[in-house]
Design a binder for this molecule. Structure first.
Ligand code: PLP
Length: 379
């Protein structure tokens, strides 16, 4: 197996989380909605516990949490569910969104633009960090939503959500924070917002569960469902709840919070070691984004390898992202670096290295050796 340095794409399942999930995958059966019998009630109770755990992560109450299948779905529910009914009613809708958001936000916003929403796309600048000054000048009376992700999934830069939140509150504009990359890397209280999204598989939980918190000036009644059916999640997200994944997500959320004080400095030091080594192996390489305002485990670097060939050989030894990280169509140019004004030839040699709770010192040492082996100086 290659050394896994792609935790921003998906984190390996924490073995302790698996233990908590295991009996729900094999022994027990039941639908959380089938509360007329004990088997269904047992799943409903386990889901209720997980909802409390996720609410603790998000600093909200359990009844403000809506479970979905993934962060993409949660972002679509927040954006489309809130704004499409307004467009359908013929209301003017204006959205402010930074250009380097994840496609889970960019694409539903683009979809609404096709049916009449006005959108202000905000350029983040070379630092990649968004603050209130990027948002406030664009607010209009008809601004119906501001999006501002907590942590950029390619560069790891942390947006100044607190100042963005203040201007949004002062103007009564709902704020959507896609916080998918924050749990386990940062304390989450700074990202409290009207709409907050997290994803289980970005915090060592299983794939197949995520959550949208709806709170503050918003109520669930202001959001229309995107999926229609049996009325699960208070009518906002029909479809049988993925009990085992939600149980795992709850446990992963609790473990991410507990591990944060020791993990953040550990991962930051491993990341720095890796970065320093690569800057030495490939002189002239650059680290993208504000290096003082980014999370512990993510680094995006353009490596001065001489040609793109060597890095593509390396993916057999080290699992990393290059090109458009986190996109299903790998290999295309990074829209994040493009938004940050990075020259195309520099962006073309970008790689994203992302660490997680299961990344060891040995992993980092082995990755450095693998990079050293493709250095032009190794010939
Ligand atoms: N938002 C961010 C910031 C991400 O990094 C990702 C991951 O790819 C997503 C949203 C989408 O997450 P999911 O895979 O749960 O849909």
């Amino acid at each position: 197996m290659p050394i896994y340095l792609d935790n921003a794409a998906s984190t390996p399942l924490d073995p302790e989380v698996f233990v908590v999930m295991a009996s729900w995958l094999t022994g027990r059966v039941g639908n959380a909605s089938s509360v007329q019998h004990a088997a269904g009630r047992a799943v409903a109770t386990a889901v209720a516990h997980a909802r409390e755990q996720v609410a603790a992560l998000l600093h909200c109450t359990a009844d403000e949490v809506v479970f979905t299948s993934c962060a993409t779905e949660a972002c679509n529910l927040a954006i489309t569910g809130m704004l499409k009914p307004k467009l359908d009613r013929g209301e003017a809708v204006h959205i402010i969104a930074p250009l380097h958001e994840h496609p889970a936000v960019l694409e539903p916003v683009r979809q609404l633009a096709r049916i009449g929403a006005a959108v202000t796309w905000v350029e983040p600048g070379a630092s990649g960090v968004i603050d209130a000054s990027h948002i406030e000048p664009h607010l209009r009376p008809e601004t119906a939503m501001v999006a501002c992700m907590a942590v950029n999934n390619e560069t790891g830069t942390i947006n100044d959500v607190a100042t963005v939140r203040s201007v949004c509150r002062a103007h009564d504009v709902p704020l959507l924070v896609d916080a998918s990359q924050a749990p386990g890397r940062l304390a989450m209280d700074v990202f409290d917002s009207d709409l907050t999204v997290v994803s289980s598989h970005k915090m060592h939980g299983p794939q197949g569960a995520a959550a949208l918190a709806i709170r503050g000036q918003l109520t669930r009644a202001m959001i229309a469902p995107v999926l229609h059916g049996g009325g699960h999640e208070g009518g906002l997200r029909s479809g049988t709840l993925n009990g085992p994944a939600i149980v795992g997500m709850g446990e992963a959320a609790a473990r991410a919070m507990a591990a944060l004080p020791s993990e953040a400095p550990r991962q930051a030091s491993l990341r720095d070691r890796l970065e320093h080594a690569l800057l030495e192996i490939f002189p002239g390489s650059v680290v993208h984004g504000d290096t003082d305002q980014r999370v512990c485990g993510i680094s995006m670097m353009s490596l001065a390898t001489g040609s793109p060939g060597p890095v593509s050989q390396l993916v057999h030894a080290v699992a990393l992202s290059h090109g458009s990280a986190c996109s299903s169509v790998g290999g295309s140019r990074s829209h994040v670096l493009e938004a940050m004004g990075c020259a195309p030839h520099v962006a073309a040699s970008a790689v994203r290295l992302s660490l997680g709770r299961l990344t060891s010192e040995d992993d980092v040492a082995a990755a450095i050796d693998a990079f050293a082996a493709i250095s032009p100086r190794a010939d």
